[in-house]
Design a protein around this ligand. Sequence first.
Ligand SMILES: *Cc1c(COP(=O)(O)O)cnc(C)c1O
Length: 360
Amino acid sequence: MSRVYNFSAGPAVLPEEVLKEAAAEMLDYKGSGMSVMEMSHRSEPFKKIIEEAESDIRELMNIPDNYKVLFIQGGASTQFAMIPMNLMKNGVADYIITGQFAKKAYKEAQKYGKINVIASSEDQTFSYIPDCSDLPVSEDADYVYICENNTIYGTKYKELPNTKGKPLVADVSSCFLSEPIDVEKYGIIYGGVQKNVGPAGMAIVIIREDLIREDVFPGTPTMLTYKTHADAGSLYNTPPAYSIYICGKVFKWLKKQGGLEAMKERNEKKAKILYDYLDESKLFKSSVNPKDRSLMNVTFVTGDKELDAKFVKEAKAAGLESLKGHRSVGGMRASIYNAMPIEGVEALVAFMKKFEEENL
Ligand SMILES: *Cc1c(COP(=O)(O)O)cnc(C)c1O
């Protein structure tokens, strides 16, 4: 068996310890005689799994009691619809467009109300985060929407927008649990888990209780109503049980690493190694506004498409996987999520230096 350094943006690298534990428990989960995959979601062992997962993420993120934690199927994209369907009271929402996922969310929301774009960085191919300190937030906006870390472009909000009292809704898919955040500044925090937490197919939604309503958009399916999942403790129907199990293991791993403060420190250290090299390299460059750089997704280019392709190919041969940029932007992207060890980033930079020497 040989494992590669996997820089995929998602599904992405998971802690090896977690995978090994899951492997060891595959045939017989803690004396139950079965895999978690084969187990009733109403069983005692699973009840313990989901309860511990919730209490561990609450502890990690310091989630106040007036917020619910929901495990919901359908990845992050399903939330693009659930958010407007559940939150629209006045039928108005404000969106800040900093990349493709924010734009997709915006387009989906337009089906359910009047959506205003109050800021955008599309004029410079999403290479920066707009100044959001004094935006024209709509008087009657039900919420203000952001994508906090832009997976494709490699930017991140370093300061949250001033929403002028409106609830902030944030897609944190690609920065989930990468650093401590102040939950109380948000109405909803949500993310697909396959970037930084677990297996694909599930979103975790952290929602302030007053935003969980019965009078949702007419015709909203039962399964797309937050109240359904909140009232049932995410067990209205069969939840993505195995995904919850693995996420739970990742939460325990994070606690063992020292929690989100420690992860932040580690993630900053990892990203610095890569950005410092990019800043001095004569071949590679980062195309993102330095103050908006993501700690999780580091994008870079040589400026020559053929050389980019050569780099990706040779890196793969050297055991550095999935460095190709998103199909819409090209270039390269190294996703260095929580589970990417510092050695992986060091190996990448060493390889880049060698490539630079050979190709400059
Ligand atoms: C990957 C990603 C999504 C889409 O997630 P799915 O689970 O595939 O729907 C949405 N937002 C962000 C920020 C992402 O990185």
